[in-house]
Design a protein around this ligand. Sequence first.
Ligand code: VTB
Ligand code: MG
Ligand code: MG
Length: 328
Amino acid sequence: MATKSGAQSSLDRILTLEIVRVTERAAVAAARLRGRGDEKEADQVAVDAMRQELNKLPIQGRVVIGEGERDEAPMLYIGEEVGIGKGPKVDIALDPLEGTTICAKNLPNSLAVIAVAEKSSLLYAPDVYMEKIAIGPGFPDGTVSLDASPSENINAVAKAKGVRIGDVTACILDRPRHARMIEEVRSTGAAIRLIGDGDVAGVIHTTDPDETGIDIYMGIGGAPEGVLAAAALRCIGGQMEGRLQLNTDEKIARARTMGIEDPTKVYSMEEMASGDVVFAATGVTDGNMLGGVRFTRDAIVTHTIVMRSSSRTVREIKARHQDLGKFG
Ligand code: VTB
Ligand code: MG
Ligand code: MG
């Protein structure tokens, strides 16, 4: 049963395991279309599959970070009610296929992701860009900041970690908008991992540098992905900041309708995802942390990470699905 913690009631812990099915199912659907060059189709099947599974959950859910506004996204749009309509009232952030292009090319680190949070505890971010910076656990508070320069942040990470700057690796989305940042980071002597897409994975990878080789994530990506990544990091531990890129009057006005008064505010991880949150990600394509879906002769194998902020339990679930009928 839900218990009260402070002013907020915490999520039912059963949900932690329930949401695994949701990302597993979306991942399997998308994985069937890996490498086929059709990112739209892969995205669509992931959305359909995630929605079907989500609608079996015993929740009164509302999508707050989804596939877009109702008029542009027929399913899993912002505001859509999901779940069986009974059970706890929760807010849901999701991306059925994070990294559609990666999946279409069968490159590493596309994921199916979801975060389920106490009502009103996620930042209702509009679908604009967000400047982000993230590091994993074990660093003193405030080691990195969006108000510091890229080289200051790299230096701070090296110092706090006790390694040479050349031993630090930053993950950055490979975009022309990052040309100056990339140049500056390179000038420090740090290494860069340029990624084509998938910055939710990029942020999560900072939590296990020994495994992934990534120490810090920085740069501008999608705001919805920023909130998802913040939710994940709240569960594992780490630090993150985000600043929405509200650079036109129209975006500022739209953000205001979503409750955002200060367009230049720097959000901490806790401000993007407060309250209790559960997060799950299933690998679609093979990745640095999660294996992609495997189709074997008699089973479908999925690899999922699922975690909860209030207990900080991080589980990895490798599932062999033998009742293949349910995946269609
Ligand atoms: C990132 C990344 C996504 O969009 O948010 C990125 O996480 C940023 O947008 O996987 P642009 O592609 O417009 O630069 C994705 O790459 C695609 O949603
Ligand atoms: Mg999406
Ligand atoms: Mg995405």
